[in-house]
Write a protein that binds this ligand. Sequence first.
Ligand SMILES: NC(=O)C1=CN([C@@H]2O[C@H](COP(=O)(O)OP(=O)(O)OC[C@H]3O[C@@H](n4cnc5c(N)ncnc54)[C@H](OP(=O)(O)O)[C@@H]3O)[C@@H](O)[C@H]2O)C=CC1
Ligand SMILES: CC(C)(CO)C(=O)C(=O)O
Length: 344
Amino acid sequence: MKIAVFGAGSIGVYIGTSLLAAGGDVLLVGRSRMRERIARHDVLLTDLQGRQMKVHGSQVPYEEDAAAIATADLILVTVKSADTPTAANAIAAHAKPSALVLSLQNGVGNVDVMRARLSDRTVLGGMVPFNVVQMTDGRLHRGTAGELMVEASPAIAPWHALFRAAHLPLMERDDFAAVQWGKLLLNLNNAVNALSGLPLKTELSQRAYRRCLALLIEEALKVLRAAGIRPAKVARVAPHLLPMLMRLPDAMFTRIAASMLRIDPEARSSMWEDLQAGRRTEVNHLNGAVVALAKQAGMDAPFNRRMVELVHAVESRGGEMQGPSLYRALKTGMENGGTATASN
Ligand SMILES: NC(=O)C1=CN([C@@H]2O[C@H](COP(=O)(O)OP(=O)(O)OC[C@H]3O[C@@H](n4cnc5c(N)ncnc54)[C@H](OP(=O)(O)O)[C@@H]3O)[C@@H](O)[C@H]2O)C=CC1
Ligand SMILES: CC(C)(CO)C(=O)C(=O)O
């Protein structure tokens, strides 16, 4: 049974190569940059537990033509959210009708986007709790822990053994919308992290950045409550405790929330990687999803709205923001509703 990874970047190559090394028949579909990188460096996967795995580049099937997914029985979609419509169109054009499509993306809207375009196929949601960064030395480094979650379905049954063999067990969840919102609350840190320019651990160790995150999560929790959505606990801390924990002084946070800082010092958010690569970010699909849900519920979400503006300003002009400036900029948005500018 064949697996195609559609959008082989950080997550796609990490998961695809892990499945390949575990004996899976895997094909990666992506861009020339990654194909060349794999040919040059092989694929070296490392993680925070010190595990290392090297797969020779010549053993990693990598195609740039989407038509290569034609023989796949499982298609893992690992493009960024803005590319989901293109991925769905390619699947509609080339994949077997029986192929199972599994989105391993952040955000709450990708599965619906694909289902709308692939109404005759099975499309499931998946959630990747851990972080993978492309290091300058060619490694793909997993910097946090956690198990993959997937929407419960009989269609996933044939794939459990392979994922388990690849040290990527799949946890089936009946409450998948809640899982996605639970993950999205954590992803509100992606923008804070990207604007900080710092590794996740350094950023989260600074109260000024955590206070920004507390504003964003607290607002999102209010919006979710108004919309009747209960986010699931997808990490060690329950969602409603996050704002209080984030606001603790550094010494207390380090002690009480030690598990949240169990992050490799090199780990960064995927949005930081986008800014570094000069790509558009997923901010519209993360903080923007809170703003959109607020609108549906007849509310406003000014902190998340402001965050979307700040990230767009940095996407076009570059720059980083220190914690206190970012906090002031979020609060300014609340008070004035003005247009964001990136500053220090
Ligand atoms: N990185 C992480 O640690 C985590 C990421 N996620 C989520 O996983 C998803 C993937 O993230 P990540 O792996 O970081 O993203 P990447 O940008 O590293 O990988 C996506 C890849 O897909 C390529 N791509 C886009 N469109 C196409 C297409 N039509 N055909 C072929 N290739 C295409 C992109 O190329 P190009 O950019 O050149 O278009 C890019 O190389 C996102 O939703 C992210 O939020 C979830 C948890 C952790
Ligand atoms: C794992 C996590 C939460 C790390 O920030 C992530 O989802 C991302 O980088 O997109």
